[in-house]
Ligand binder design. Structure first.
Ligand code: NAD
Ligand code: UGA
Length: 465
């Protein structure tokens, strides 16, 4: 292709945490563009179309306002996948790419069945020239697979000539801040070989992203940059958590260390918060994918290096649950423990790979009675994640309505998510209804430790010696 290609209609396959918010912001910023987000999951599409904007399937601050402005105008949610592909000049693939659970590469490689299925659907349903954009996070060289599938469908058809260009355009938004990240991205990355396709996509982002923030690379660099960005971010968390453990052993304070090293502009101050380890759907899966790729290319030392980041993360989570058991006189059997926060970070309802799963799992295994409070996570989701229904007895959990109910009769409070409301808890009120001696284990260092101590609680804060 040569010249300029004007995009009038785009389709996004996958109405999840990335597809929904990303397309909503594109529709908001490009009123002249028709944007249709499609998914096989009827319930999810129904929720995106819900009249009550508080019922959208993804909780993200500010998302409801953006969807409210565009939905029905130039933003549509539908299960008519073929129809939306046929009408589109550009199709984004934003489907899930989880870690394979069986077969070759199980536990490390990405499961590409959904990306392949959606590429085949595009190959079959597209008309004319279609730009296909990888939005999902993919192993480097996946574009070649997509190109091969699409290439087999190219040529003359009764509806005219069919052809494709493939681009990589990974997404860097973080949950909880997705709208701000999409509206003011540090950068937009476009990888590809076809300059017309690259400029057509860049033109969309140019509606609101400054030109110097739109980076163009070859397609392999783009795919690999996404895995590398997540690996570097996760590595910082494992690094600071490793130092947190050393701080606890040496009377140093990890927040003071983080401030001191973060003041060095070469290190920078962000992503240095010690905690219960990283969760979320992507860090672990993307690093394991990187590890798998490195082993595939015979780079076993490189693979070991990155695998250590994931291993340290699991160790940090087991370390916290073991510490709780140890401080509660070596046994939590039959003891009530209040767990504050279940989401993998604040301001999201997402629990994928949340540290709470492993830490609560360990405590249930030890026979604890967990009273779990999270402002956004449902009991149904907790049951799925913990692999057991709420119950009575030993090694059981229940979801409670507020922190006060959680701590009633509890021997300990364990804070796992940094919801702002946990910074404002009234420790006199909470301590008064706990069984003494009682503990606050603050895995996020978000609570007012002074107030908790003044109320008579023993306090452990991550990374505080
Ligand atoms: P998700 O599971 O929330 O959404 C994916 C959606 O795709 C699901 O609703 C699923 O039903 C749909 N789907 C799968 N196959 C389909 C098909 N053939 N046709 C139609 N719909 C289909 O996943 P997500 O969190 O949005 O992540 C999507 C991709 O983006 C992943 O590769 C992920 O690594 C990447 N990513 C995620 C984030 C994040 O914050 N969640 C950030 C950056 C990148
Ligand atoms: C992360 C990246 O930040 C995004 O750039 C990327 O697009 C996304 O993964 C993805 O590919 O899915 P996300 O997982 O949504 O975004 O959220 P983060 O803010 O990165 O937090 C990840 C985990 O690290 C959370 O459990 C968080 O609590 C933890 N974290 C983060 C810390 O423990 N300490 C920190 O200093 C920062």
């Amino acid at each position: 292709m040569s010249g300029v290609m004007e995009i009038r209609s785009i389709c996004c396959i996958g109405a999840g945490y990335v597809g929904g918010p990303t397309m909503a912001v594109i529709a908001d910023r490009c009123p002249g563009l028709q944007v249709t987000v499609v998914d096989l999951n009827q319930a999810r599409i129904d929720a995106w179309n819900a009249a009550d904007l508080s019922q959208l399937p993804v909780y993200e601050p500010g998302l409801d306002a953006v969807v409210g402005r565009c939905r029905g105008r130039n933003l549509h949610f539908s299960t008519d996948v073929d129809g939306a592909i046929a009408a589109a000049d550009m199709v984004f693939l934003s489907v899930n790419t989880p870690t394979k659970t069986k077969g070759i590469g199980a536990g490390q490689a990405s499961d590409l069945r959904w990306i392949e299925a959606s590429a085949r659907q595009v190959a079959a349903a597209a008309r004319g020239h279609t730009i296909v954009v990888e939005k999902s996070t993919l192993p480097v060289r996946t574009a070649a697979v997509i190109q091969t599938i699409l290439g087999a469908a190219e040529g003359d058809t009764p509806a005219g000539r069919k052809s494709f260009s493939v681009l990589s355009n990974p997404e860097f938004l973080a949950e909880g801040t997705a709208i701000g990240d999409l509206e003011a991205p540090d950068r937009v990355l476009i990888g590809g070989e076809d300059p017309v396709a690259i400029e057509a996509l860049a033109a969309i982002y140019s509606h609101w992203v400054p030109p110097e923030c739109i980076l163009r690379t070859n397609v392999w660099s783009s795919e690999l940059s996404k895995l590398t960005a997540n690996a570097f971010l996760a590595q910082r968390i494992s690094s600071i958590n490793s130092i947190a453990a050393l701080c606890e052993a040496t009377e140093a304070d990890v927040r003071e260390v983080a401030r001191a090293i973060g003041a060095d502009s070469r290190i920078g101050s962000k992503f240095l918060k010690a905690g219960p380890g990283f969760g979320g759907s992507c860090f672990q899966k993307d690093i394991l994918n990187l590890v798998y790729l490195c082993r595939h290319y015979g780079l076993s030392e490189v693979a070991d290096y990155w695998e250590a980041v994931v291993n340290l993360n699991a160790w940090q989570q087991h370390r916290i649950s073991a510490l709780v058991v140890r401080q509660l006189f070596g046994t939590v059997t039959g003891k009530r423990i209040a767990v504050l926060g279940f989401a993998f970070k604040a301001d999201t309802n997402d629990t994928r790979e949340t540290p709470a799963i492993r830490i609560c799992g360990d405590l249930l295994e030890e026979g604890a009675q967990l009273a779990i409070f999270d402002p956004k996570v449902s009991a149904e989701q907790m049951a799925l994640d913990l692999g057991q229904q709420p119950g009575q007895g030993e090694g059981v959990w229940q979801k409670v309505a507020d922190p006060l109910e959680a701590v009633r009769g509890a021997d300990a409070v364990l804070v796992l998510t940094e919801w702002q409301q946990f910074a404002e808890l009234d420790w006199q009120q909470l301590a008064a209804v706990m069984r003494q001696p009682a503990w606050l284990f603050d895995g996020r260092a978000i609570c007012d430790a002074g107030a908790a101590r003044a109320a008579g609680l023993k306090v452990w804060r991550v990374g505080e010696g």
